[in-house]
Design a binder for this molecule. Structure first.
Ligand code: ZN
Length: 341
């Protein structure tokens, strides 16, 4: 009897734990997102509302097209055309934006859209998936697929509501179409005379960030890992030291001459160095602050970005908020290492 009661008790515990996990997963686009102990003053969520956004098609190299948003920091995308097929990078925010991508491709080629790559598990990169033909193979890092399987459109919309000014109508009609082909560290495809690679180097802005690379054009799509010209990184999911290591692995693998970010203007390859230097300095300054006994608020509340990092004027407020967020996270991570947090 006691044994049965114990088994029943354990079973209940498992059911309760599963329910908590499920409830938790429903409101988060992925399972490892963390926030600093408190949101810093001046922090604003990235402005991602796609209403009225137009994607401009820019041919960066023969058959390599960036789709650049006409509004600062709303999502960019892109597509690559081979002699046999087309590959798309990210499907944007919703069906309307996904359709803009499909229409942009049709203006360039009639070839089939064989692949669609999702660079992370955030709604603004995957919510246009459902618009693409059913034959299109959707590819993503396995962690992106796992995160999306544990999510729902309504849960993700709630999480993202502040990024769209509370206007949840932008999610109307969205159906969550989870990628059907997962990869671990590396995937590549030949579109006919044109190879496209997808890499996962480790956690960055989120645990799932993947980089798309076109070797013969030396161009990369960097999604949320590296934003566009005049930005700093945002360690949205914590683990600043891990983010730096990921960028070091990226640099060892290849050095693209052009980076198409998920958000912001086109950048040249030097931005990778800027990001690594910035993250190393954030970690070093947090170590100094913790060692000298200042509080996390003194360290981060009024902090500004060092002038040696060129910040785009229209993104200054947004980047300052990211910077203070990064400082807070670095401070708590360094403190945890010292066993003081
Ligand atoms: Zn993004």
């Amino acid at each position: 009897m006691i044994k049965i009661a114990k088994i029943m008790g354990n079973l209940c515990l498992i059911i309760v734990q599963s329910f908590i996990l499920l409830a938790h997963a429903e409101v988060l686009p992925n399972s490892k997102l963390e926030s600093p102990p408190s949101i810093p003053p001046g922090f604003m969520p990235p402005p991602l509302n796609p209403n009225g956004v137009e994607l401009e098609t820019r041919e960066l190299s023969d058959g390599v097209y960036a789709l650049m948003s006409n509004r600062a920091f709303t999502d960019n995308a892109g597509f690559i055309v081979g002699s046999e097929a087309v590959l798309v990078i990210d499907s944007h925010f919703n069906g309307v934006m996904g359709q803009q991508i499909v229409d942009a491709i049709k203006r360039v080629t009639d070839l089939p859209i064989k692949y669609l790559l999702n660079t992370n598990a955030f709604g603004d990169h995957v919510f246009g998936n459902y618009i693409f033909p059913s034959e299109t193979v959707i590819v993503a890092h396995q962690s992106t697929i796992d995160a999306l399987k544990a999510s729902s459109v309504s849960g993700m919309s709630q999480t993202m509501s502040r990024t769209v000014g509370g206007d949840l109508s932008v999610f109307d009609g969205v159906q969550l179409r989870v990628p059907n082909l997962g990869f671990d560290r590396f995937w590549k495809a030949d579109l006919g005379g044109r190879v496209v690679e997808m890499h996962w180097f480790g956690p960055g802005m989120s645990p799932n960030d993947s980089i798309v690379f076109i070797p013969d054009a030396n161009i990369a799509w960097t999604a949320n890992m590296i934003f566009g010209r005049g930005t700093i990184p945002w360690a949205r999911s914590g683990d600043i030291a891990g983010y730096l290591q990921t960028l070091q692995k990226f640099e060892q693998a290849f050095q693209p001459k052009i980076m198409v970010a998920g958000h912001g203007e086109l950048a040249t390859g030097e931005i990778l160095q800027i990001y690594m230097q910035y993250l190393a300095e954030v970690i070093a300054s947090a170590k100094l602050a913790v060692a000298s006994g200042v509080s996390v608020n003194e360290f981060s509340d009024n902090a500004n970005i060092n002038k040696k990092y060129p910040i785009a004027n229209e993104l200054r407020m947004l980047m300052t908020g990211f910077h203070r967020w990064n400082l807070r996270l670095a401070f708590s991570e360094v403190s945890a290492e010292h066993g003081r947090y």
